[in-house]
Design a protein around this ligand. Structure first.
Ligand code: GLY
Ligand code: MN
Ligand code: MN
Length: 459
């Protein structure tokens, strides 16, 4: 079993695409947007070696999945509007019975046509030979410009190959255009079927957070909580995480990207868990903070309730027509006011507006209040358009995640030092009230205490 070839996560044969019609519509819409002079090239994500002949679990590029659903590496999707043999061409690995014994099923060129709706499919080895023809007499090549050095070089090579045909009267593309603006604005608005998956991803993560909370107790390791989360997600059908879980107890919670998860919970600690599964290519991203011993201390509760109030104020601003920065502004207002009241900011006569302008929250709250959420945890889509914060539209999903991080050596009352709190939910913009996809996991401090008291939390 030590064959040197890559492992892939290719599904078995004849697995029908449940969203084939939707993907076809996306391609149709994109073909129209591209216009007749452009060709879109979308490469599969490369496989990444972990060590020697072991690869990291394969994850397809979100763009390629969104447009084609094709799950295998070593593939390039082409959309060539008005091409006479058909506009959708897929280059992929051919069937290979010998390799399939080791690595599992490959769809092959037959599967690319039959199951993924390609008009034509060719072995990936024929890319260099066939692409110049496809690019001939087009003005523009649209592709993920600058994402992968190797693919950038190959595109230039194909352009040169077309240029070499100039004496036959063939003209080569003269513009390279980033695919982002074609794909990412479309990915930002989620369809009904995408939202169905995102609701389920959030529900799986929410249940896993609850299970983890019920396991936490002084003496428990952060790693055990991580393991509980991973197992709970996997058992519910989500094998992969959208990002590495953060499980930080005590002062570890003040390290924003703490992923060592190597500490042990102490009596009196808060525990910050930022974890979310990926389901069918879609992310969830949830943070909860709770007391290791099941009861918030008075100081912890004061800070926690402040973050919760800020989060609720921010979520209330997630409404169609409001702009991207309104939730952040709402959170900052609540947090800054609260930090003054708790003695963490010395206002010295300055009013709230001035304190916010001076960013006096920055020592304790150094990140923004959220990001787009979708196939990528920090999803695609612009935050500003023509220099202005963009407006929310139904179908957009974002996180709302204010926090407070009082470092152990911070200039702050001793009772607050070493406390890190973040509360993060996944929120859908609708025509009316915001829909909190991750609402199933409690965040009210009393509800957290009730949930934790209901468990027999022994180490
Ligand atoms: N888990 C990454 C983030 O919250 O942005
Ligand atoms: Mn987040
Ligand atoms: Mn998060």
């Amino acid at each position: 079993m030590n064959d040197p070839q890559p492992q892939t996560s290719v599904a078995g044969p004849a697995r029908p695409l449940s969203n084939a019609a939707e993907l076809k519509q996306r391609r149709r819409d994109l073909l129209k947007a591209l216009g007749d002079e452009a060709v879109l090239l979308l490469p599969a994500a490369p496989e990444v070696i972990r060590n020697r002949d072991v690869h990291h679990p394969y994850r397809q590029s979100s763009d390629l999945t969104w447009l084609t659903g094709f799950p295998e590496p070593e593939a390039v999707a082409v959309l060539a509007p008005k091409r006479k043999e058909g506009a959708f061409v897929l280059f992929c690995r051919p069937r290979d019975p010998e390799r399939e014994v080791w690595d599992g099923y490959r769809y092959g060129v037959e599967g690319a046509v039959e199951q993924f709706g390609a008009d034509e499919a060719f072995p990936i080895a024929e890319l260099d030979q066939r692409l110049p023809d496809i690019l001939a007499d087009r003005r523009r090549v649209v592709y993920p410009l600058g994402l992968d050095d190797d693919f950038d070089r190959r595109v230039i090579g194909w352009l040169r190959a077309v240029r070499a045909l100039a004496r036959k009267g063939i003209s080569a593309p003269s513009e390279l255009v980033s695919a982002d603006r074609y794909l990412h604005e479309r990915r930002l608005i989620k369809s009904k079927s995408e939202l169905k998956i995102m609701r389920r991803a959030a529900a799986i993560s929410a249940a896993a957070h609850q299970r983890l909370m019920q396991r936490a107790a002084p003496g428990c390791t952060e790693q055990r909580l991580e393991a509980t989360f991973l197992a709970a997600c996997a058992e519910q059908g989500a094998r992969f995480q959208a990002y590495p879980p953060i499980v930080g107890s005590g002062a570890n919670a003040c390290v924003l990207h703490y992923v060592e998860n190597a500490g042990v919970l102490s009596d009196g600690d808060l525990v910050l868990v930022d974890a979310g599964c990926e389901l069918e290519g879609y992310a969830s991203d949830i943070t909860r903070t709770f007391p290791a011993n099941g009861r918030f201390s008075a100081a912890q509760r004061r800070l926690y309730e402040l973050v919760l109030k800020a989060q609720r104020a921010a979520i209330a601003k997630v409404r169609a027509g409001n702009h991207w920065n309104q939730p952040h502004k709402a959170a900052l207002k609540v947090l800054t006011q609260g930090l003054v009241e708790l003695g963490l900011i010395q206002a010295e006569g300055a009013d709230l507006k001035q304190l916010i302008k001076d960013e006096r929250h920055k020592p304790f709250y150094m990140h923004k209040t959220g990001h787009w959420l979708g196939m990528d945890v920090h999803d695609v889509g612009q935050y500003k358009q023509a220099g202005r914060w963009r407006r929310f539209e139904p179908g957009m999903v974002l996180t709302v995640e204010p926090g407070l991080y009082i470092a152990p050596d911070a200039e702050a009352p001793a009772e607050y030092r070493g406390i890190g709190i973040r509360i993060e939910d996944d929120v859908l913009v609708t025509d009316g009230e915001p829909e909190v996809l991750s609402a199933a996991v409690p965040k009210d401090p009393d509800e957290i205490e009730v949930l934790m008291a209901a468990a027999s939390r022994t180490v």
